[in-house]
Design a protein around this ligand. Structure first.
Ligand code: NAD
Length: 282
């Protein structure tokens, strides 16, 4: 089969509305914000989905119910992504329920903000443990299964796909949030180094760097019209993002339409990384 013919097949999957049909996905931190939107979009795209959560089981159940109504399978699983034994238990449960994993979205994350001189070791360690070590633990578990199973051509051209939820702060320094910015800079190199090591095995690893997206994590930044107006000064497109902006990018990165994409960060930020302060000179 020629390369061109193969490309056409990839872009014209049998069911373009369901680019993730028959795939098994796990989304961490999927009972809120961006993770919830990704889980719902994956379900709508035909995937069975594990909804990881650490607290608020009722919100996880709401996401599960919504996915099942769309016709694919979903289960909720409580696990703190920074705890190795809990991550192992989650992947074992996924294996039991769904038989394998095709897509991991490393989404769980949080902030513990502080002026640098006042930042406690606990604030530092918490953010690194969840935002960075949590991504390592989940990715390692997923990769072990991808390698064991290999490519199943009827399901996907890849042996597995990992999407690391990063942030524009993987490149933009962030005063008052050094732990968070350091964790996302780490996520970028984790993602790229995994991608380099695993590409020969047909495992694709990419990142998404959201700009400002309306979710509970950053409510203070858009809570009042004055706050939102200030935030908009940083966004050339002139609107704050919504979780679906990220979910659409995640579906594409998880699908065979992005078969030749690995080791890259997709910035979904309305232009936040375009140095808007320089728009009128500089
Ligand atoms: P959110 O607070 O709505 O969601 C974060 C999710 O992570 C929640 O479900 C939370 O329970 C979960 N979580 C926290 N600690 C966990 C743990 N130890 N184990 C498992 N789950 C845990 O915020 P969000 O905006 O949806 O954030 C999702 C991801 O997107 C994060 O990695 C965040 O850094 C990133 N991000 C968000 C924005 C934004 O503007 N909202 C911008 C850039 C990056």
């Amino acid at each position: 089969m020629s390369v061109r013919r193969k490309l056409i097949d990839v872009n014209n999957s049998p069911d373009p509305q369901k680019p993730l049909k028959n795939q098994k996905a796990l989304v961490t931190g999927a009972n809120s914000g961006i993770g919830e939107a990704c889980a719902l979009a994956f379900g709508a795209a035909g995937a069975d989905v594990v909804i990881n959560y650490v607290s608020r089981p009722e919100e996880a159940e709401r996401v599960v119910k919504s996915i099942r109504q769309n016709g694919t399978r979903a289960i909720a699983f409580q696990a703190d992504v920074s705890q190795e034994d809990q991550v192992q238990a989650m992947f074992a449960e996924m294996q039991k329920e769904f038989g394998t994993i095709d897509i991991l979205v490393n989404n769980a994350g949080l902030q513990r903000d502080s002026r640098f001189q006042d930042m406690t070791l606990e604030q530092w360690n918490t953010v690194i443990a969840i935002n960075l070590t949590g991504q390592f633990l989940c990715a390692r578990a997923a990769v072990r299964e991808f390698l064991r199973r290999g490519v199943v051509p009827e399901v996907s051209t890849a042996a597995g796909k990992i999407i690391c939820m990063s942030s524009v702060h993987e490149v933009i320094p962030w005063s008052g949030h050094v732990n968070y910015a350091a964790s996302k800079g780490g996520v970028m190199q984790l993602m790229k180094s995994m991608a380099q090591e695993l590409a020969p095995k047909k495992i694709r690893v990419n990142g998404i760097a959201p700009g400002a997206i309306k979710t509970p994590i950053n409510r203070a930044a858009w809570a009042t019209p004055a706050d939102e107006a200030k935030l908009l000064e940083l966004i050339p497109e002139g609107r704050v993002g919504v979780p679906d902006d990220i979910a659409r990018a995640a579906v594409w990165l998880a699908s065979d339409a992005s078969d030749y994409v690995t080791g890259t960060t997709l910035f979904v930020d309305g232009g936040m990384t375009l140095y808007p302060g320089f728009a009128t000179g500089g």
